[in-house]
Structure formats: structure tokens, C-alpha cells
Ligand binder design. Structure first.
Ligand code: NAP
Length: 254
């Protein structure tokens, strides 16, 4: 049995809590949150505390808290034993205090409160300092996921940045497209199959090969007309920037 304390009450903390609760070999012995309100959703008989000096003994302490708080909160811990890990893609393992066994448990997925995910499919990137810690963290990660990957802080940082480009930026484009559809009285839902097919396609061919559209074809007339239809300065600027980037990728100049 691996005993775990989860620190944090946000998106990742709640998803990990629910996932661990469904595992036989893992026990969440406590959840820490700095305010009582956040702790109220962690029921099912698990003890909770808002007192950082009253953390229970465990094998692994998972800091699922905001990136900016990881270093500070981890120094407030007063632990006798165990492995302290955080869940961030962009914070180095060494941001955690040297006096503890330290590590990282980074699930590569976008978590949204109230939305179920299948942990089996989510890559979990782990980092530790000793063989024994890798073994323990690996066992915890494997209890949730079929894809456990050992990765150092530099590689994880790069992966996180790639995830920002692939996920956050494309999602922002969905938002702008949604807004544009609303402004023009057409349903964004009609784009769902297109968005889905693009996501499916890049599992079989490279994104380079999958690219279509006027910028790849260097269709200057269409590009000019489309840009002039956009009302906001921001949309026009983004359209130009992205079209230029696409054209340049395929050796063309706009
Ligand atoms: N969201 C994702 O999709 C995702 C995916 C992979 C990894 N991560 C990483 O997982 C970590 C948590 O992300 P999240 O999305 O769960 O964030 P979140 O939903 O915003 O939750 C952040 C948590 O940190 C707590 N917190 C912030 N400052 C604190 C402090 N000074 N002392 C104590 N607690 C503090 C917050 O408490 P209050 O509620 O009291 O403010 C809250 O419980 C981050 O390192 C993030 O990079 C996130």
C-alpha cells in the first residue's frame, strides 16, 4: 500500500484524489488545503487539514499547487520521512527543499474541474533522485497510467512548452473561431468534425504533412479577402502572423 498526502485543492488535486481513491494499492491519508472551503469537496472519509504543520505521515507528498507557490509551501513542510513531489511541467525538481527526498509527478493532460479523464491514457512524467524513489514513484504512477515516462527537468520544461503551443494556443484559436461564428450567425458546432479530424490525423501523419488551407497554398487573393473580413485588430494581427508562419514553413513568402 502506498500512502499519499495531497497538498492542494484545485484541478489536479481533485483529479488525482478521485483517481487514487479508485486504486486498491494507494491510500490518500490526508488532503491539505489552505482554506476550508476548498477542502469541502474531498469527502469519502479522507481526513483533511488547513494546518500545514499538521501534515500526516505518508510515503509520498504530492504538491498539486500553483507553480509560484511550490518553492515557498514546500519550505513550510516539516516532515519526518517520505518523498516530496510536485505536479508541475515547468518547475524544476530542485525547486523543492534539498533536505527531502524529492521528485516530480507530472501528468501531461489539461484538467478541468468536473470533467472526467481516463488516467490510463495520460502520460505521467516522473523524476526522482534515487533508484528507490524512482521505484516508488513509478509504482504510484503505474497504478494510474499505462504511460509512465522518466524525464529530467529540462526535458519536462520543453515538453510543457510544446504542450502550451499544441494545446493552449490551438484552444485559443478555437475560442476566436467560436466568437467569429457567433458574430456571423453560424454554428461553431459545424466545425467539430473538422477539429476532430485534424486531431485524429496527426496521429498518423506529421502536422507538417497534415497542413492545408490558403496560407499553405499561398493563395494570396483569399488571404487578403479573409483578413479584411476580420473586425478586430487582434484577429487581423494573428491571422497575418500565423499565415506568414505557415507560408514560410512551406518555403513561400507572403
Ligand atoms: N491544470 C492542468 O491542466 C495541469 C496539468 C498538469 C500539471 N498541472 C500543474 O499542477 C499544479 C496545480 O495546478 P491546478 O491546475 O490544479 O491549479 P489550480 O486549480 O489553480 O489549484 C491551485 C491550488 O494551489 C493552491 N495554492 C496556491 N497558492 C498557494 C499557497 N501559497 N499556499 C497553499 N496553497 C496554494 C490553491 O489554493 P486556493 O484554492 O486556496 O487558492 C489551489 O488549491 C500546477 O503546478 C500546475 O502547473 C496542471
Amino acid at each position: 500500500m502506498i500512502n499519499v498526502v495531497i497538498l492542494g485543492t484545485g484541478n489536479v488535486a481533485k483529479h488525482l484524489f478521485d483517481a487514487f481513491m479508485a486504486q486498491k494499492g494507494v491510500k490518500v491519508v490526508q488532503v491539505y488545503g489552505r482554506n476550508e472551503k476548498g477542502l469541502s469537496v474531498f469527502g469519502q472519509g479522507t481526513p483533511t487539514t488547513s494546518d500545514i504543520s499538521a501534515i500526516a505521515n505518508a510515503d509520498i507528498y504530492i504538491l498539486a499547487i500553483s507553480d509560484d507557490a511550490i518553492a515557498k509551501v514546500s519550505t513550510l513542510l516539516d516532515l519526518q520521512q517520505g518523498l516530496v513531489v510536485h505536479t508541475s511541467g515547468s518547475i524544476p525538481m530542485k525547486a523543492l527543499p534539498k533536505k527531502y527526498s524529492r521528485g516530480v509527478f507530472y501528468p501531461l493532460q489539461s484538467f478541468t474541474y468536473g470533467r472526467k479523464v481516463d488516467f490510463k491514457e495520460i502520460p505521467i512524467c516522473i523524476e526522482a533522485e534515487t533508484e528507490a524513489d524512482y521505484e516508488l514513484l513509478g509504482r504510484l504512477a503505474s497504478s494510474l497510467s499505462d504511460q509512465v515516462v522518466i524525464m529530467n527537468s529540462k526535458q519536462r520544461k520543453a515538453l510543457h512548452l510544446a504542450a502550451v503551443m499544441a494545446n493552449n494556443f490551438s484552444n485559443h484559436m478555437y475560442h476566436l473561431a467560436h466568437e467569429f461564428c457567433d458574430q456571423n450567425g453560424v454554428s461553431f458546432k459545424l466545425l467539430h468534425p473538422l477539429i476532430q479530424e485534424t486531431a485524429n490525423k496527426i496521429q498518423d501523419v506529421t502536422p507538417y504533412d497534415a497542413q492545408t488551407g490558403p496560407a499553405r497554398r499561398n493563395d494570396k487573393g483569399t488571404l487578403k479577402k479573409q483578413r479584411s473580413r476580420l473586425k478586430s485588430k487582434n484577429q487581423k494581427r494573428l491571422y497575418k502572423l500565423l499565415s506568414k508562419s505557415i507560408a514560410k514553413t512551406y518555403g513561400k513568402k507572403l
